[in-house]
Design a protein around this ligand. Sequence first.
Ligand code: ANZ
Ligand code: ZN
Length: 811
Amino acid sequence: MKKKTFQEIEKKWQEKWWKSNIYHADTDSDKEKYYVLVEFPYPSGQGLHIGHARSYTFLDVYARVKRMEGYNVLYPIGWDAFGLPAENYAIKMKVNPNVVVDQNIENFRRQAKSMGWSFDWEREIKTTDPKYYKWTQWIFLQFLKNGLAYKGEAVMPWCPKCKTICANEEVVDGKHERCGTPVSKKKASQWWFAITKYADRLIEDLKYVDYPDFVKASQINWIGKKEWADVTFKIDNSEESFTVSTTRPDTIFGVTFIVVAPEHPAIEKIKHLIPQQYKEDVETYIEKALNKSELDRISEGREKTGVFTGLYAINPINNKKVPIYVADFVLMSVGTGAVMGVPAHDLRDFEFAQKFDLPIIRTIKDPENGDAPVDSKEKVYEGWDGVMINSDFLNGLSPKEAKEKVTEILKEKGLGKSTIRYHLRDWSFSRKHYWGEPIPVVYCDKCGMVPVPEEDLPIELPYVESYEPNEDGESPLANITDWVNTTCPNCGGPAKRETDTMPNWAGSNWYYMRYLDPHNDKEFCRRDILDKWMPVDIYDGGSEHITLHLLYSRFVYKVLYDLGFVPGPEPYKARRIHGLVLGEGGVKMSKSLGNVINPDDMVEKYGADITRTYLMFMGPYSGNAEWSNKAVEGVRKFIERYYSLVEMSIKNPADVEDIEVTKELHRLVKFVKDNVLDFKFNTAVAKIMKFVNSHKNIRLTKSQAEILLKALAPFAPHLTEELWEKLGNEFSIHQQLWPEIKEEYLTDKIIEIPVQIDGKVRTVIKVPKEASENEVWERFKKSEAFSKYLNEKSVKTKKYVSGRIFVVVTA
Ligand code: ANZ
Ligand code: ZN
């Protein structure tokens, strides 16, 4: 009989898994819950890419280990299917986006199944399904009812060719992404979500969650809560003044000019003060500046522009006169729209001073440059270390102390006050596009804006022939008059529907809750089910989503929490960020380089298990990993070797158990489990490889073979399932518990490790052979040598060279 290929084996088990639903998480189970979440994909026409394959395998391995630990694990998947690519494709090809999206989803689903990921397919969701977005609309209504959604004017990018208001994310390098036309600006009314009301809590509640530090930092920076000082500079020879805003009042002795935003409303008021010979230049400059986009004005590296007004302002601290400029790098939307220029300590101000030949006064003697003159960009010091110089009574203070003092004096003089400001703005929540959730609101001549009653949801997106916006730049939905014209739920009179749709974010803000109760048509999710499953225990995603997606979904969850719909303040207990898959040589994978690896080709050539194991082995979880065909071959050899080792042992098992091998197996499974739970997937695989390589020719007993199978089962679920069956065991290995690990098998390999403190070996300690750095350190802490040599001293670095030496350097 011909030997079955790995691919044949994989097909067989996949069919059996999906038919018997072994990965379904039963809500009524008594087992403790564990919720593993991956960011759901946008089902693009290209299909799953290898990056998806890697991150979904990471979390699949994790979910499988958790299941084998005895948890009731939920690992769901769905499709984030609204968005511009589908709409753009529809416009180009004249097909309905629904058709395209469903084709793409089918392809993604096929691919996902071919990789053997243990998703709970009974809970699959799609954001474009009216049964799903009914609840996205319902959430919108809760925001509206509670004063957290409102309509307001905004200046938006406008594409003159497509005659459409663009979303900010559609404008790339000042051009409309779809057609390449440079965008201008247009006032438009927009929906907003009042996320700024939650700014403080979005910072404070980070204490509840386990996110990597850089992820927390990115949330905090985006919110950008800072203490500012607003300082009034009187205009020389007049009663008028400008109030500048600064985060660095400590540097006030370094002010050599003032800059005002071109759209500053006070310019109108002081126009009559501007000397005649400057007037025209100022007016021309302002006119030009107002035609540029904000992004253009502040983009880094752009040469600074500006114009002198002929006016001077008086520094309220030292009464020095400084020139007043108008320049477009100052935005009205930040602070007060006017700044005090301190070129020695702010890069933008430095560039401006160089361009206009303005003086530069260093006011901080800093640790990097001392008090050297600030004659190049590199010498601009923006930090908070060092001491104040050239600052009269502030000299010798630290910048922080100087800041306090200056603020206090300004307050006394009535020329300054401190204010808390945020970088965060309210969240623009509408788009003039077809392919999104309709906003459930109607406009009635008599009643004004009226929310659609909850029982009338969903407001379905109508089927249309043309997706282009209309002549007035309104959403394409505005053209569908029989959809737009409706009756007012309040008075029954004629009314018009809102034609804006929701942004891409809307469906992905709350999807992790819908998985819990995906077929419920009475509620977005039953409360007792939320109580049981929330929060998500571990959430994997890409580094491109650590700011906005995370912030928006945390915000939505908090609002639902305040309204009593969900059980806690935070949706995700822990967040982890995977790295990227790069092509050979560390370059980005791209079509033009021809180095794109397609998961389908890998499955066809090697099968899912080799692909999965390679993806886990190729590098650390959070690092970027380089593809290597040679390394794939190495993994193939390992899997084949592993397979035949177990197969041989099944045909011809060992007569007597070699207890040393059993001990090694126990250490192996402990290592694998600990490392997977620690997101060290690559070291876990490496350990199994090492075991197999050093035991090529042995035979195992049945119970030994079972342990070895369980160790690899999370990585290579199909082949281990096949061998499990061949061993005479019942379906399925994936419903077994992890092998019980005997403590006495773990600790008998004790080794001696010398401990070196500041260059001298001071003691030797006994530790288990597999001990981690932390374990060695804990053991060392209990030793006499620790209290003798290290008490009172602080440790600068410590390092364990595994199995060799432990090195400590004190501060
Ligand atoms: C004087 C100063 C001295 C500043 C110094 C910085 C360093 P961060 O801290 O990055 O949030 N600024 C204020 N309003 C502005 C506006 N409307 N448009 C452009 N820039 C504006 O930025 C705060 C700093 O941004 C403020 O502090 C101000 O420059 C500038 F050594 O004031 B600073
Ligand atoms: Zn366009």
